[in-house]
Design a protein around this ligand. Structure first.
Ligand SMILES: [Zn+2]
Length: 91
C-alpha cells in the first residue's frame, strides 16, 4: 500500500508517552506498532470507531447494551470500535 499516512496517535514518532504510577514512560505506539505510519484505511477505521465509542458513551450505553441492540456480539462491536475489523455499524 502506498497510501500510508503519518500515525495520528504518535504523530509519526512511533513512540507515545504514557503516565504510569512511577511517572511518565515512553513506549512504542500501540496503533502503528512503532512504525510511525499506518494505512489511510486503518486511520479511517480508527476515526470512525472512536466517533462511535464517544457517541455511545455520551448516550450512557455500555458496549454490551449497544451490541445487544445491534444484534451482534460484544467482541464484534469492540473490534469495530478499536479498528480491528471494518467499522460497519448497524444504524
Ligand atoms: Zn503511532
Amino acid at each position: 500500500m502506498s497510501d500510508d499516512i503519518s500515525c495520528p496517535l504518535c504523530q509519526g514518532n512511533g513512540l507515545v508517552i504514557v503516565g504510569t504510577v512511577s511517572g511518565e514512560k515512553v513506549i512504542p505506539c500501540g496503533e502503528c506498532l512503532g512504525h510511525g505510519t499506518m494505512s489511510s484505511t486503518r486511520a479511517d477505521w480508527l476515526e470512525r470507531g472512536n466517533e462511535h465509542r464517544i457517541a455511545r458513551i455520551e448516550r450512557g450505553e455500555t458496549l454490551r447494551e449497544c451490541a445487544r441492540r445491534y444484534g451482534i456480539s460484544d467482541r464484534h462491536l469492540a473490534n469495530m470500535e478499536h479498528a480491528r475489523t471494518a467499522p460497519e455499524f448497524p444504524s
